[in-house]
Design a protein around this ligand. Structure first.
Ligand SMILES: [Zn+2]
Length: 414
């Protein structure tokens, strides 16, 4: 029979089945350790339903692949033998990138969603794709020299539409990017496997894995940033991608048919009616002071009429969007990031009350609407794009550093 995978494997069907089972078990255990950040061997035995000696064998193999660390627990005062603690190894790392109109953020991310190091390069003007690639190329070379670990690949969270099949950024309006073959450019420049997705998509992946969406199968993330409002959706535990990877553009939901003209060409989109710049302006803050927005809104909302009127207007439109989200997706949790989280926190229960009143009773009865508490969720989610491969097949780590596989090439400066 023709081998559908190809290559030199000559394993018989029983061998193949055992080999598949071994990989599956490695994947299951590594995924659990990754998602939980650390687990005792007893907890792994319980969670997998495998017997103790099988779990011990799997853990030993993952340790030999440098994918987990094994440490003895401190005295737990529990009856019985103390169980060893398994954690994700920091030796396999992902380089995560988030280009935005005011900065290029790059993180060194380890399994378990840990950002080991973060670099922020402030920019005067929105960076070009070539600018991002060259910044990344210089940094990756430095990392390979300084970190000593294995760089598995590059994950990029882009504030725009990213093709799921080709990694081409169709449009990133606030960066003024059009049809940029970003994944191809980065892979060529760094010699590393590269993935890209919308930045809010990255964020919802991180929220689902490590943030407010843990233990939820239906999660919606809505981020309010400098450039607009992005969204990401997890349905039934699966990321909603759409036909081409473009789904989740919740910022372009119609909330006001008499509203302003959006850069997308439509009228009254959520991101034209609810925006950070108007909020900063009404409370007297500049662009660079957005971290003070929540505090200023807490002081001024309900006290200063101009602030209260603007915030109430934005809350009404945000409430319409959330009502639609609740009715359409029936999420367990809606996570608000960026300035949307600040507005929610500074205005008591007003937003929650309006959604509860307006949405259908069924889906609105269970939904939590919370602010994100996961810092760097875009970088963590971009790292997840990279870790997917090794979580699916941990034995792929044994091939060695992919950085050595291909010689990086220079990308011409613009
Ligand atoms: Zn729009």
């Amino acid at each position: 029979m023709k081998d559908p995978i190809g290559g030199t494997s000559r394993v018989g069907s029983r061998g193949r089945n055992l080999e598949d089972l071994r990989r599956q078990n490695l994947s299951t255990v590594l995924s659990l350790v990754h998602a939980n950040r650390s687990m005792t061997r007893a907890d792994l035995t319980h969670a997998t339903g495998l017997n103790r000696s099988t779990v011990a064998t799997i853990v030993t193999e993952l340790e030999s692949l440098d994918l987990v660390t094994v440490s003895q627990p401190v005295d737990t005062k529990r009856v019985g033998r103390p169980s060893t603690v398994i954690g994700p190894s920091p030796r396999h790392i992902a380089v995560a990138v988030h280009p935005d109109k005011d900065a290029i953020s790059i993180g060194v991310v380890a399994m378990g969603g840990r950002v080991l190091r973060e670099f922020r390069f402030d920019v005067e003007r929105a960076p070009t794709a070539v600018h991002v690639v060259n910044t990344l190329q210089a940094l990756v070379r430095g990392l390979e020299l300084s970190e000593g670990g294995t760089v598995l690949g590059v994950g990029i969270g882009v504030p725009g539409l990213v093709g799921a099949r080709d990694g081409v950024v169709r449009v990133a309006p606030h960066l003024d990017w059009h049809d940029e073959p970003l994944v191809q450019m980065v892979a060529k420049a760094t010699g590393l496997p590269t993935w890209a997705a919308n930045d809010a998509t990255c964020a919802v992946v991180a929220e689902g894995q490590f943030g407010e969406g843990i233990d939820e199968d239906n999660v919606v993330y809505l981020n309010g940033g400098a450039g607009g409002i992005g969204g990401g959706v997890i349905v039934g535990g699966q990321l909603l991608s759409g036909e081409n990877g473009y789904s989740g553009e919740l910022g372009h939901m119609l909330v006001n048919s008499d509203g302003g003209l959006c850069h997308c060409g439509a009228v009254g989109c959520l991101e034209t009616e609810v925006n950070r710049d108007d909020l900063l302006s009404v409370v007297g803050l500049g662009d660079a002071e957005s971290s003070l927005l929540e505090q200023r809104l807490r002081e001024a909302y309900g006290e200063e009429p101009a602030v209260t009127a603007l915030v109430d207007r934005q809350l009404d439109f945000l409430g319409i969007a959330l009502r639609n989200i609740v009715n359409i997706f029936n999420p367990g949790v809606i996570v608000l990031g960026g300035f949307l989280g600040a507005v929610r926190n500074a205005t008591g229960d007003r937003l929650l009350d309006s959604v509860e009143r307006a949405a259908l009773a069924g889906p609105s009865s269970e939904v939590r609407i919370v602010s994100s508490t996961l810092d760097e969720n875009v970088l963590i989610g971009a790292g997840e794009l990279v870790f997917r491969t090794i979580l699916r097949d941990p034995t792929s780590a044994s091939v060695g550093s992919p950085t050595s596989a291909r010689e990086p090439e220079q990308v011409a400066a613009s």
